[in-house]
Design a protein around this ligand. Structure first.
Ligand SMILES: [Zn+2]
Length: 412
């Protein structure tokens, strides 16, 4: 099926993070005729790199280009006669391959053997993914810098069955939370009227929450960033998926041109007609407001696998604890409620996932609060209570080892 690449603009600070990937690849795929070609006079985009993150049941591949292209994807069944593995290939139209990309990338995890690319015709770059088994996949594009994201999922029941260990040898696994402090590095996020930066505030809350979850509940915590550096949005979700997170939360501080706006709101991934929610999703995803509809278009393809109900319940728990606990300490706290919108950082997340706007950094009073360690402690504690309540209220609790639950229930 021919798909039109759906691009949208990311704000300029993201542009400087695109670098040629150290991996290089591409052999046996070159069918381009030698010498000059009329194609060379056409505008083509250069395929600059391939990045990937993977575990046994999931791989995210990102193809980086320096311009927009259209693509066509095909899934080929295994050919036992020719001894060819099943393959997913993606033809990028009006594209050329960077000379740096010569060698295949060995992946060799549960789903993929390798990725490679070649100049298939003078106008087409073909990216080939050699698979280990038949898979389920989704493709979407992001822009500025333009990139094509391929999410590859194992099909439940098709994976090799492992012989389960007897219960006495099974190690109980606690809940694993992936915390994503928004922005970082050259991306400060929103900046308050007195200069406070969103990236610093959300990192601090994330660290406090991490420490509390580990210390008081014994949960495992994975942070998408530990310090002040930038990570592309698609990598944050890839971390959550490949690390096998049970829950994923992206922490942000809100901003509006209207400095009087204040309060707390929590989002989960879904379509919306709410203009303010769309504007926020665009801002948090680095997309110009004119192209926000592109995000909703991408969502049509992704919603099938999204954990909408669980995510909305998780959002309710966190939002309720955030507002009720902060009201007790600070009196006036505006509960803006649970909302839905197409945030890129939540695209393709396999677990219940939410994005929290802990306060408006653009509001003078809330910026002042966000400067206070005590307030950030209270915010982290309230999110902690919300997460714990969600786990207690859902089936996740039943799947947990008894020690983990008793710890959760006894701790306040
Ligand atoms: Zn943000």
């Amino acid at each position: 099926m021919l798909k039109k690449a759906v691009g949208f603009l990311f704000i300029p600070f993201l542009m400087c993070i695109t670098v040629a990937h150290p991996f290089s690849f591409g052999d046996g795929l070159v069918r381009a005729s030698q010498g000059s070609s009329p194609i060379s006079s056409l505008q083509t985009a250069s395929v600059k790199g391939i990045r990937y993150w993977s575990n046994a049941a999931y791989t995210r591949i990102v193809i980086d280009l320096d311009g927009e292209v259209t693509y066509q994807d095909h899934l080929l069944r295994e050919d036992p006669v020719l001894k060819k593995p099943p393959r997913l290939y993606i033809d990028l139209k009006l594209a050329r391959l960077s000379p740096l990309l010569k060698q295949p990338i060995p992946i060799e995890d549960g789903l993929l053997k390798r990725a490679m690319a070649g100049q298939y015709t003078p106008a087409i770059v073909r990216v080939v993914l050699d698979l280990k088994s038949v898979i389920h996949y989704k493709i979407f594009t992001l822009a500025d810098p333009f990139r094509i994201v391929v999410d590859i999922l194992g099909r439940p029941g098709k994976a090799k069955k492992r012989v389960p260990k007897p219960p006495s040898l099974q190690r109980p696994r606690s809940i694993r939370v992936v915390i994503d402090p928004g922005h970082g590095g050259e991306d400060p996020g929103a900046i308050g009227p007195k200069g406070l930066m969103e990236k610093d505030v959300v990192l601090s809350v994330a660290q406090k929450l991490r420490n509390k979850l580990r210390r008081e509940l014994g949960w495992e915590v994975v942070m998408t960033r530990q310090d002040d550096h930038f990570i592309p949005l698609e990598e944050r979700t890839a971390i959550a998926n490949t690390k096998g997170g049970d829950l994923f939360l992206s922490i942000h501080a809100n901003a509006s041109k209207n400095r009087r706006l204040h309060g707390i709101e929590t989002y989960f991934l879904n379509f919306t007609t709410d203009k303010d929610a769309l504007r926020l999703a665009a801002a948090e995803s680095g997309v110009s407001p004119e192209r926000i509809s592109d995000l909703q278009l991408i969502l049509y393809d992704l919603m099938l696998n999204a954990k909408v109900n669980e995510s909305s319940q998780l959002a309710e728990c966190v939002q309720r604890d955030l507002t009720s606990k902060l009201k007790k300490k600070y009196g006036k706290v505006n509960d803006l409620g649970v909302k839905q919108a197409p945030f890129v950082v939540l695209f393709g997340a396999k677990m219940p996932s939410i994005l929290i706007e802990i306060s408006f950094i653009s509001n003078l009073r809330e910026e002042r609060r966000l400067r206070s360690e005590r307030y950030l402690d209270e915010v982290a504690t309230a999110i902690f209570h919300g997460l714990r309540r969600y786990v207690q209220n859902t089936r996740m609790a039943k799947a947990q080892p008894s020690w983990s639950i008793s710890t959760a229930l006894s701790s306040n």
